[in-house]
Write a protein that binds this ligand. Structure first.
Ligand SMILES: O=C(O)CCC(=O)C(=O)O
Ligand SMILES: [Fe+2]
Length: 193
């Protein structure tokens, strides 16, 4: 399993965030996460750190809690792409028996309130998807344009060409990608103390 980070970088050895260890947080991902959080009533949610986990079929993530963020009351958002994960979610201690869920391509999981600090794990990736339909239709163009006529048609044609997606679809055929997004700072804080 491999991973990369956006925003505040989590140091896997010390389990700490560091003000000096940051990369830009992608604006489109930030907008999407704030939209999800707003719908759930977390109107001040600030996406400040993301971990992108790359799971080839056969890889696992062992049980843990995510408690490195000074802000432990903001929700944690988790987006799943590609092959399906079995996700185990337990309680705040290892005494509680976990519940198993499937996390499929396109699923959005939110860990908020009590579940924010619960143990969780990914014991298995299951190959459930055979192929991805990358052909775009006129309807997709209308959806993407949303009546604005501002769509970059050259770019749209490029991403509508299945050759463009071939390396991605080859990769995702044997893998799952998870992006999980956290707020690090407490409300009102501008940096780590
Ligand atoms: O892959 C997942 O669904 C969970 C990832 C996770 O728990 C983590 O990165 O802390
Ligand atoms: Fe986690």
């Amino acid at each position: 399993m491999r991973w990369t980070t956006f925003g505040y970088h989590h140091n896997w050895d010390t389990k700490l965030y560091d003000e000096q260890m940051q990369s830009p947080f992608p604006e489109d991902l930030s907008i999407l996460c704030r939209l999800f959080a707003n719908v759930l009533g977390y109107c001040d949610f600030k996406p400040e750190a993301a971990i992108v986990n790359y799971y080839p079929v056969g890889s696992t993530l062992s049980g843990h809690t995510d408690h490195s963020e000074p802000n432990k009351s903001a929700p944690l958002l988790s987006l799943s792409f590609g092959q399906t994960a079995i996700f185990l979610i337990g309680g705040p201690t290892l005494d509680e028996k976990p519940t198993a869920l499937y996390l499929q391509c396109g699923d959005v999981l939110i860990m908020s309130e009590e579940s924010r600090l619960c143990y969780h794990a990914v014991p298995r990736i299951i190959k459930t998807q055979k192929n991805w339909n990358s052909k775009l239709t006129n309807e997709d163009i209308d959806d993407a344009d949303n009546g604005s006529n501002l769509l970059d048609m050259d770019l749209f044609q490029k991403v509508g060409d299945s050759n463009f997606w071939q390396p991605f679809s080859n990769y995702i055929y044997d893998s799952r990608i998870n992006i999980n997004i956290r707020q690090v700072l407490n409300p009102g804080d501008l940096k780590l103390s």
